[in-house]
Design a protein around this ligand. Structure first.
Ligand SMILES: Cc1cc2nc3c(=O)[nH]c(=O)nc-3n(C[C@H](O)[C@H](O)[C@H](O)COP(=O)(O)OP(=O)(O)OC[C@H]3O[C@@H](n4cnc5c(N)ncnc54)[C@H](O)[C@@H]3O)c2cc1C
Length: 411
């Protein structure tokens, strides 16, 4: 069947933000024959949270403080479409998957009991099972509690009371970047603009006037996808979209290193529940973080201060040393291995945005739930709250499909 030509009388589609959500939306639209302008305020494409995050393909195990499992169900849906959507532009080898599944470790001072964590993990595994092969996970791993010798090998058992192996994996952001950049470059219908911060969006009849760049240029577009993550609510305001609640934006850093020897020694561990951290290896890439050490700032606002966050060498050193020291307390052997590379790590950070005003130590914090995320739509305007990296392809595609439906175009 011949593809119907999309009607875009008022200009191309503006996609704001070149993270995983924005790039997915832009490529999906262009592949369907729709011209797109992709705005990115940074000097490089794909350089926001999606490029610096841990890359965990969350299945819900982390969200033990959402016993309704609304978060689990959302994340599983994202994990089930992640591969299907991204392999349109990225080969399987470019997904950068971790070989080992995540272990969940319960510190003795965890906010919730070991029994409650065990119950939650079991329930998530049941939900995950219902997705079958579609899920981006380690299908041959089943939930199991680590035995005594495994615990002794990995953890200081005076600090960690129990740990479980799950079927959760990570997909490293850096391996995807070159493929996504190449796909954008090869797509004649996508015009990418870097150092092009969008500062305002206003409806103008059946189109939109977008104000962008240091010279405040104004240009008309037929539709808009707002995938600007932590700046999203501020841009939505111009369209009269009010957030349902207050939002907190936390700039969090992790330690990154490409080193085969250390990667081979790195277990994939998430500590639950509290101000703890994670360690993960995907191929030769190592990512480790410790929440209190890596948290640079926290702002309760529509959007955080848009100026770039710069880390002084002293701050980067402090984050590195404090993160390694904290991890060494719980995993002494691995901590010693990390310490040998202390000056090799690159410290990189990005925003984690969530509803609410409080931090992790508050059980009611929006950081413990990702149920209220998704695409909020007005006619021809679609605002993407990814909530998590794992959701970015699904919600980027969802926004693109809504635009295509409005234009009467074939997906
Ligand atoms: C340290 C860290 C670890 C994380 N770990 C995980 C994890 O393991 N698993 C998981 O699921 N999630 C994780 N997250 C969350 C995850 O990274 C984000 O939810 C997700 O990547 C957001 O994707 P996005 O495409 O919406 O935003 P981004 O990737 O941030 O892309 C938004 C882009 O928009 C640009 N932009 C913003 N405002 C404007 C503007 N006005 N004009 C033009 N461009 C603009 C930004 O520069 C940016 O490039 C982590 C986050 C951080 C910071």
């Amino acid at each position: 069947m011949a593809q119907r030509k999309p009607r875009l009388d008022r200009g191309p589609v503006a996609v704001i933000g070149s993270g995983l959500a924005g790039v997915t939306a832009a490529l999906r639209l262009a592949d369907a024959g729709v011209p797109v302008v992709l705005f990115e305020r940074n000097a490089a494409l794909f350089s926001g949270a999606s490029a610096v995050c841990e890359g965990k393909i969350h299945l819900g195990y982390t969200y033990a403080l959402d016993p309704s499992h609304a978060t689990t169900k959302r994340l599983l849906s994202g994990a089930a479409s992640f591969r299907r959507i991204l392999t349109r532009w990225i080969p399987e080898t470019g997904l950068g998957l971790s070989e080992q599944p995540f272990l969940y470790a319960c510190p003795r001072d965890s906010m919730i009991s070991e029994d409650r964590i065990a119950l939650h993990l079991g329930q998530v595994q049941e939900h995950a099972d219902s997705w079958g092969d579609a899920l981006m996970s380690k299908p041959d791993s089943r939930l199991r509690r680590l035995g005594d010798s495994e615990m002794d090998d990995l953890f200081d058992t005076r600090e960690i009371s129990a740990a479980w192996e799950t079927n959760e994996i990570a997909s490293h952001p850096a391996t995807k970047r070159p493929f996504l950049i190449a796909a954008l470059g090869a797509q004649p219908l996508v015009e990418t603009r870097t150092e092009a911060e969008v500062t305002g969006i206003a409806r103008d009849g059946d189109g939109f006037v977008v104000t962008w760049g240091p010279e405040h240029l104004r240009e008309t577009f037929g539709a808009v996808v707002n995938a600007s993550w932590e700046q999203r609510l501020r841009l939505d305001e111009g369209l009269g979209l009010k957030p349902p609640r207050r939002a907190v934006h936390r700039f969090k850093c992790g330690l990154h290193l490409q080193n085969k020897e250390l990667a081979d020694r790195t277990p994939n561990v998430t500590f639950v529940i509290g101000e703890y951290g994670d360690t993960v290896a995907c191929g030769e890439r190592v990512y480790v973080s410790w929440y209190p050490a890596g948290l640079v700032k926290s702002e309760v606002a529509l959007a955080p201060d848009p100026r770039p966050v710069t880390l002084s060498p002293a701050t980067a050193r402090r984050i590195t040393d404090d993160s390694i020291a904290a991890l060494a307390r719980y995993m002494p052997g691995y901590g010693a291995a990390l310490a040998k590379h202390a000056r090799d790590f690159q410290v990189k950070g990005g925003y984690i945005s969530a509803w609410g005003t409080s931090g992790i130590t508050d059980p009611e914090s929006g950081l413990h739930s990702r149920a209220e995320i998704g695409v909020t739509s007005l006619p021809r305007y679609h605002s993407v709250n990814t909530g998590k990296y794992v959701m970015a392809p699904e919600y980027g595609e969802m926004a693109a499909l809504r635009v295509l439906a409005e234009l009467g175009a074939c997906a």
